[in-house]
Design a protein around this ligand. Structure first.
Ligand code: AMP
Length: 286
């Protein structure tokens, strides 16, 4: 049976979704520019739709699972099973006001103010929770210009670096929601479909786990082994291999965090290690 997965057809998330799926061995195959569906190989099929529509597609059963932003899943308010944080498409849904408005925190928003947003539901909920009575003005894009047009006093909009808000003379005053791309599903109860979904989770998860790691190999003086152990953190312990005619050296292999690789390499050099080799890892299954 085919597991249908709804993926964003364009926009910010689509390239990274494709890259992740491709790294996981689920490459989009034979897809014309406008094709709505494509095989991902094996028992997986992609359905390409707008990121905003994915929560509805999945909730209504048109696809077994989907990948889209957590902001869009939350705004849709449909009951979906959250399966995995895919760690890209990170952004925040924030309350922002004109720099000269005097609004510097959410508490400064007064009753009766107008709030423009592409996320009317989340905006309504946010202010209702805080006991603030605002009027939500739903817009379908470019909320950041609403205050300048006199349509609204403040906005609730997505931002990642904050630069678009700043460019539009807006100041971020509160965070409504933190978002990133997520894998979601709905009502996948048939055992075979569930198995496929588990396979998908394992494939994507192993790529994500590998992204922040590097495989490191080095020839280590036997006398420095104890200190080398301390330099290679957070592991079950490095693999130590005898080297044929290696003299006083053994080979050490370890999976290390990518972020601190320069420090690790320097420390190993300082301990007299030689032939240090660092490579990317395609997948990591714990
Ligand atoms: P798109 O349809 O291309 O605008 O996709 C928008 C989705 O990308 C949003 O719903 C978010 O989940 C995600 N995203 C990530 N960073 C940003 C950002 N800085 N601004 C807007 N959307 C972002």
């Amino acid at each position: 049976m085919l597991l249908k997965i709804a993926l964003p057809n364009k926009g910010r998330l689509s390239d990274e979704v494709r890259e992740l799926f491709s790294d996981a061995g689920l490459e989009v195959r034979a897809r014309g520019e406008r094709a709505l569906t494509a095989s991902l190989g094996g028992e997986f099929e992609a359905i390409f739709v707008r990121a905003q529509d994915i929560p509805e597609f999945v909730a209504d059963g048109a696809a077994h699972a989907g990948v889209t932003g957590w902001d869009l899943v939350s705004e849709a308010g449909r009951e979906l099973e959250h399966l995995m944080d895919l760690e890209f498409g990170r952004c925040r849904l924030v309350v922002a006001a004109r720099e000269e408005s005097g609004i510097v925190q959410a508490g400064d928003v007064r009753d009766g103010m107008r709030v423009a947003s592409c996320f009317p539901r989340l905006t309504q909920e946010y202010f209702a929770r805080r006991g603030q009575r605002v009027t939500v003005v739903p817009v379908s894009g470019a909320a950041e210009i609403a205050p300048h047009l006199g349509i609204a006093d403040i906005v609730v909009d997505l931002t990642s670096t904050g630069s678009t808000l700043k460019m539009n003379g807006l100041r971020e005053v509160a965070t409504v929601l933190e978002s990133s791309a997520r894998l979601v599903a709905c009502g996948v109860n048939v055992p075979e479909a569930r198995r496929r979904l588990d396979e998908l989770k394992l494939a994507l998860g192993s790529v994500l786990a590998a992204r922040g790691k590097r495989y490191l190999m080095a020839n280590v003086p036997k006398a420095a082994l104890t200190q080398v152990r301390e330099v290679l953190p957070g592991l079950n312990g490095p693999t130590v291999v005898d080297v044929l005619d290696g003299g006083n050296f053994v080979a050490v292999h370890a999976v290390v965090p990518a972020k601190t690789i320069y420090r690790t390499v320097n420390a190993l050099k300082g301990l007299g290690c030689e032939g240090i080799l660092v490579t990317r890892i395609e997948r990591l299954v714990a």
